[in-house]
Design a binder for this molecule. Sequence first.
Ligand SMILES: NC(=O)c1ccc[n+]([C@@H]2O[C@H](COP(=O)([O-])OP(=O)(O)OC[C@H]3O[C@@H](n4cnc5c(N)ncnc54)[C@H](O)[C@@H]3O)[C@@H](O)[C@H]2O)c1
Length: 479
Amino acid sequence: MKEGRGGDGVGSSFSPSSYFSIDNQSSDIIKKIRSGEFKIAVYGLGHVGSSIASVWLRAGAHVIGVDKSPNVLENAKRGMTHIQEPGVNEAFTKGLDKSRFEIYEDAVKASQDSYFKMICVPVLADSGSADLASVKNVAGAIGKGLKEGDVVALNSTVPLGTTEDIILPIIEKESRILKRETDFYMIYNPERIYEGRAIEDIEKRYPAIISGAGPKSVEMGVKLYSMVFKKGVMAISNIRTAEMEKLLEGVYRDANIALANELAKFCEQVGVDFWEAREAANSQPFCHIHKAGVGVGGACIPTYPQFILDTADRIKVDCNITRLSRNINNSMPAYSVQQAIKLLHARKNIAGSIITLLGLAFRGGVSDTRLSPTYKVIEEFQKLKVKEIRVHDPLAKSDPFLLKEENVILTTNLNEALKDADLVMLVTDHPEYSNLTSSTIEAPVYDGRGMLDRSKFDHTKFAAIGIDDKIKTTTEYFP
Ligand SMILES: NC(=O)c1ccc[n+]([C@@H]2O[C@H](COP(=O)([O-])OP(=O)(O)OC[C@H]3O[C@@H](n4cnc5c(N)ncnc54)[C@H](O)[C@@H]3O)[C@@H](O)[C@H]2O)c1
């Protein structure tokens, strides 16, 4: 890997010269992909897979979408996805119209019929540790249908060693005779999309991270991914390092958020507005303090540190900051609920009250609820035996977990959610909430994302993470 390290120790590790750029017009393979002769199979049409399939469809390729969910398959056949990702439905529909998009349930046949196979199935388990069952299952099917000269790419985020020690042996075994590097190419390319702008991320924003089972696989990866990543391709010297790259991103963000949470709580105790101090601090180019909040959710940030910790425990290595960060972030829902109910104590008992939670999605602007902190907030209020919990979300319209809960309702109707509420807690930073004022919400409000305009609320009925209006005198903490 070429490397150009910044002199300041905190800047980018790579100079633009480390991005490979290949003249792909001359390549026969690329011509065959563009003509549809060499098909691309995308396994798992979820947030990542449907975006990847769309990008290849937009590049003119013939794509076979594979999924195990009948619902996902039915939707895809009608040119639709269950996820809200700009451009995906359009790409699917156009692909179907031009007979360049096929949907398969049969994972082995998809491998037989395709040249390039991309694995985009999940590894997420509720425990936060990795569940490799889906990835192994797909690897086996790909192996059974594998032909000489084919290319396989794993795009899921996985614990260190998964590609070489688990996935490659399965593919080779199931293929019976084919060997990595000599008979087929194996690429590990961690996908790095930000939900809600995934197509743009792949096509325009980030370089692809490419590693392979050997130099031939890396070269093939560089050629193929250069077709769709306009920012180019960053070749990594080995697969394990590329696996680590993606985990580093997750740990960095988790630890940064934990730091923000710790400092926000500190600011509350010393009468400082964390948000104002943060904005000023981040105007310095080496300071990038993330946002404090009710908790960290989603399929990525809470799980990747856990992959590192699981490996660290096995090899008996301390990863104290990673572990502490997880613990701090996991403690935020309970902490936020305790802060929020302080607003209620003066008025009435918590038991028997109606609580409104704003937001079920794990972050603003998306409908994805995986590992959302809202679930933990609900549990905390349930422990307090509240009468009813109303969850409002503009994008997450139904939820199988909440359906099972007796005193919890989910609604997209804000007025319905707020009616007669005793306490409102903002959990998700959906942009729709930023204009809320005390004229829309009569009940006390706890802003768990620090996004509301405090001046628009009566201060006796408003509190926010990182802010304490009861300014302490310095003598209280500076003897
Ligand atoms: N969501 C993100 O923002 C994001 C970003 C970067 C990387 N990732 C990683 O990408 C991977 C996929 O994540 P996702 O968010 O797309 O998951 P997802 O749950 O949205 O989609 C996964 C899809 O795979 C299908 N599937 C599961 N098992 C299957 C099997 N055995 N055969 C065929 N299909 C199967 C599911 O039905 C589902 O449609 C994960 O490793 C994740 O960590 C996710």
